[in-house]
Design a protein around this ligand. Structure first.
Ligand code: NDP
Length: 506
């Protein structure tokens, strides 16, 4: 076991220290026109993981040109062959599970058990889209007489993907797997905080038979992302990140009349009624708030608890929260890993300070925990439960993107629905109750793209995911995403003579 771990550690270190963090035309390469250096810090230790230059206009153009060349071949590959290749990618990801999970932890700082779950869901995505794509057929529509129309869905061309840092490979895979399945090619720009696993994926895709250039990776900061969005040969942009950057991406796409998918932030409600199964409600509240250090877009951070069970729920929640184990994310029993950066940790702590100044009570957590060397440079925050919260507090209104849960009480169903919907976000939500009619009434009225009844934060790639309101545009996953990576072509076939009325005289 120890020997295997050492082997994986060596492979991970080799991957991070190898030169060339872009991946174009089937190989890792340096930018030809290096811009400002990016230093990637390992969240678990605070030490330098790797550094590379940001990519500028010429390198973005090279990546897009390479994907454009590959499009000619990949888009003409039969859907069965594309599907088979993507299924192989899924298996290859499973074969490399531990390597990819360790690489993800190096980049992101999340606990290793969670990273394994994320990586397996990436394998699921390739297998699902590989399996589903051969069954996507067009339509034959009779028109009149012997005339008919053929409706087909065609790929868009080169798609650009831009990702956030909280689920680095999953964010990438949710875009790349369906886009490739539909016959597009792809240029992906990871977050500069987490550049590694999207790069490792490139090797896997080439190994299983995706043509070189069909998936390229270009590293860089927001400027690189912007260059990609404005590139005239990019047909569509699929973005995951904050609302403010999403608006910029949408403006860039608008300038070129490009299609766009936006997966943005959230401030989702989790509503727990008095008749709920208390233990399950507590478990789901942990899942809704404390996975990946709370850095999860769909988190149910506004936890509304009906007054009759509030005291008991709070007691159980605090007990469960205090049992979470903050530690080195590579330890198998760690449940709370390292915050992505010092700056982000400070932002999360500042939300807790603002909550206190507005009258909230910290029931537990909300502090930096110092771990022994080599983790003493990491930012480990204890999961925080806030009570005495009101709907107008900053911490209750804004996305914190950290382990900070605001507990709120309610009396009536109508009241809690109104309060749950009083936000510009609409990514997700949850309801706990044993009353099935109430559960359906509530989810019908909550304005959000994904709702869970009696669970939280589960999103297998065969279910559509995306936001209402400012949480996004378009959907990822499920068959719904295939619409987002294809365009409809209508072919009208005349079955007889052309009838042009009085226009033509014999
Ligand atoms: P950001 O919006 O700051 O950045 C996202 C990506 O966009 C980064 O790669 C960033 O590079 C890049 N970028 C910045 N400016 C531009 C630009 N003008 N044009 C193109 N790209 C640009 O988000 P974070 O990375 O901080 O991620 C956190 C946010 O993502 C949270 O709001 C969270 O809710 C959301 N999110 C949503 C998910 C969903 O599925 N709905 C899933 C995961 C996260 P750089 O870092 O250099 O600025």
């Amino acid at each position: 076991m120890e020997a295997r771990r050492a082997l994986i550690r060596r492979a991970v270190n080799a991957c991070c220290s190898k030169q060339g963090f872009n991946y174009i035309d089937g190989k890792r390469c340096e930018p030809t026109e290096p811009k400002q250096p990016i230093k990637v810090i390992e969240p678990a230790t605070g030490l330098l993981l790797c550094s590379f230059p940001s990519s500028g206009e010429r390198d973005v153009a090279n990546a897009v040109a390479s994907s454009k060349r590959a499009f000619a071949q990949w888009s003409q590959t039969s859907c069965v062959d594309r599907g088979r290749i993507l299924m192989k990618a899924g298996s290859k990801i499973r074969d490399n599970l531990d390597f990819l999970a360790h690489l993800e932890v190096k980049d992101n700082g999340k606990p290793i058990w969670e990273a394994r779950v994320d990586i397996l869901s990436c394998a699921d995505a390739f297998e699902y889209f590989g399996g589903v794509i051969p069954s996507i057929a067009g339509q034959y529509i009779p028109v009149e007489g012997d005339s008919f129309a053929l409706i087909s869905r065609e790929p868009l061309g080169v798609v650009a993907g831009i990702g956030a840092w909280n689920f680095p490979l999953q964010t990438c895979t949710w875009k790349v797997a369906p886009a490739l399945a539909c016959g597009n090619t792809f240029v992906y720009k990871p977050s500069p905080l987490t550049p590694m696993t999207a790069l490792a994926l490139a090797d896997i895709l080439v190994e299983v038979g995706v043509p070189k250039g069909a998936y390229n990776v270009i590293q860089g900061d927001g400027d690189t992302g912007s260059l990609l969005c404005y590139h005239p040969d990019v047909a569509k942009v699929s973005f995951t990140g904050s609302v403010s950057t999403g608006a910029k991406v949408m403006a860039a796409a608008a300038a070129g009349i490009k299609k766009v998918t936006l997966e943005l932030g959230g401030k989702s409600p989790l509503i727990i009624f008095e008749d709920a199964d208390l233990k399950n409600a507590v478990k789901a509240t942990l899942m809704a708030n404390f996975l990946t250090q709370g850095e999860v877009c769909s988190n149910g951070t506004r936890v509304f608890v009906q007054k009759g069970i509030y005291k008991e729920f709070l007691k159980n929640l605090i007990e469960a929260t205090n049992k979470l184990k903050i530690g080195d994310p590579f330890d198998e029993d760690t449940t709370v890993g390292a915050t992505i950066t010092k700056e982000h940790a400070e932002k999360v702590l500042s939300y807790i300070e603002s909550a206190k100044s507005e009258g909230a009570t910290v029931e537990c957590g909300g502090e930096r925990c110092l771990l022994p060397s080599p983790n003493d440079g990491g930012y480990y925050l204890s999961p925080c439960v806030l009570t005495s919260c009101t709907d107008d507090m900053k911490v209750v209104k804004e996305e914190v993107f950290g382990s900070v849960l605001s507990l709120l009480t309610f009396s009536e169903e109508d009241e809690v629905i109104t309060r749950a919907n009083a936000t510009n976000f609409g990514l997700a939500g949850g309801v706990f109750t044993k009353d099935i009619q109430r559960a359906f009434r509530v989810v019908k009225r909550i304005q959000a793209g994904t709702l869970w009844i009696n669970t939280y934060n589960l999103y297998p790639p065969f279910l559509p995911f995306g936001g209402y309101k400012q949480s996004g545009l378009g959907r990822e996953n499920g068959t719904a995403v295939l619409e987002q990576y294809t365009q409809t072509k209508t072919v009208y076939v005349e079955g007889g003579d052309v009838d042009c009325g009085p226009l033509y005289q014999e």
